[in-house]
Design a protein around this ligand. Structure first.
Ligand SMILES: CC(C)(COP(=O)(O)OP(=O)(O)OC[C@H]1O[C@@H](n2cnc3c(N)ncnc32)[C@H](O)[C@@H]1OP(=O)(O)O)[C@@H](O)C(=O)NCCC(=O)NCCS
Length: 82
């Protein structure tokens, strides 16, 4: 997720994720996952602040510009009917 640098820190990222959760839940999804580069602290904190938990790290998940990159895996459980 990217928010225009001129509009960060105004709750837009939070609103986008919250809306995404509501829409996914309405459509029957029960879980969403996020894969985020470890150095992207703002994104990690954004997703954690909206209920995602850290699952672990995919080591050398793929190559970007010829460099192996690790990726953090996070997940959130949406409303599940009992
Ligand atoms: C991460 C990003 C989407 C956040 O969007 P935003 O609209 O600024 O976020 P919000 O204002 O809704 O902030 C919600 C929460 O996110 C976290 N957060 C946002 N920016 C943060 C920062 N710079 N540092 C730490 N936490 C941050 C905080 O927990 C914040 O809650 P708080 O305001 O109560 O502290 C935005 O900073 C961005 O586009 N960054 C670049 C993303 C990027 O590189 N993506 C590539 C992924 S591979």
């Amino acid at each position: 997720m990217y928010v225009d640098p001129n509009h960060r820190g105004q709750g837009i990222g939070n609103q986008l994720i919250t809306r995404c959760h509501a829409t996914a839940g309405e459509q029957g999804f029960w879980k969403l996952i996020a894969k985020i580069f470890p150095e992207n602290e703002s994104s990690l904190e954004l997703f954690r602040s909206t209920g995602y938990r850290d699952v672990g790290i995919h080591a050398k998940h793929g190559q970007l510009d010829g460099q192996w990159r690790d990726v953090c895996l996070l997940e959130v459980l949406l409303h599940i009917e009992k």
